[in-house]
Design a protein around this ligand. Structure first.
Ligand SMILES: [Zn+2]
Length: 145
């Protein structure tokens, strides 16, 4: 941390009376000048930010793994679509992405929009995924014939 001390600068800032009292109290407790306490707090905060950035990289990794799990679940068990109570066929007026297989659905295509009681981002299924929903196990048997 000594590199931060090499060329010291003054930094003036306005603080509230409460913060001033808290800083003075803490400085008395630590038997250190207020200015040194403030500097230590700021450097501690910067170190914390560096740690947070490093942790964030790990978190991003975890998030990617989580996203992969979610999309796998959507393809398999459709957990992510658990709150959808039905699918309504629509003709797309703008491009969308299938919520299960992630294929791009072009303008003018028939797609199915998920209906949910809670407000959520609209979710669509392509006709292939709807067929799989109608006939789990991908068996194409005609019913009742
Ligand atoms: Zn699909």
């Amino acid at each position: 941390m000594s590199h931060r001390h090499r060329q010291e600068r003054w930094l003036h800032t306005r603080i509230s009376p409460d913060l001033e009292q808290a800083l003075k109290r803490e400085a008395r407790k630590q038997r250190t000048p207020v200015s040194l306490l403030v500097r230590n707090v700021l450097e501690g905060a910067l170190d914390l930010v560096e740690e947070i950035v490093e942790d964030s990289l790990e978190i991003a990794d975890t998030s990617r793994r989580f996203a992969r799990r979610v999309s796998r679940a959507a393809r398999g068990e459709r957990n992510e679509l658990a709150d959808i109570y039905g699918w309504q066929e629509i003709i797309l007026n703008r491009e969308a992405v299938c919520g299960a297989c992630a294929s791009t659905l072009a303008v003018g295509l028939a797609a199915h929009r998920g209906l949910s009681e809670r407000s959520r981002a609209p979710v669509f299924l392509c006709s292939k995924c709807i067929r799989q929903l109608r006939q789990p196990g991908d068996k194409h048997k005609e019913e009742g014939s």
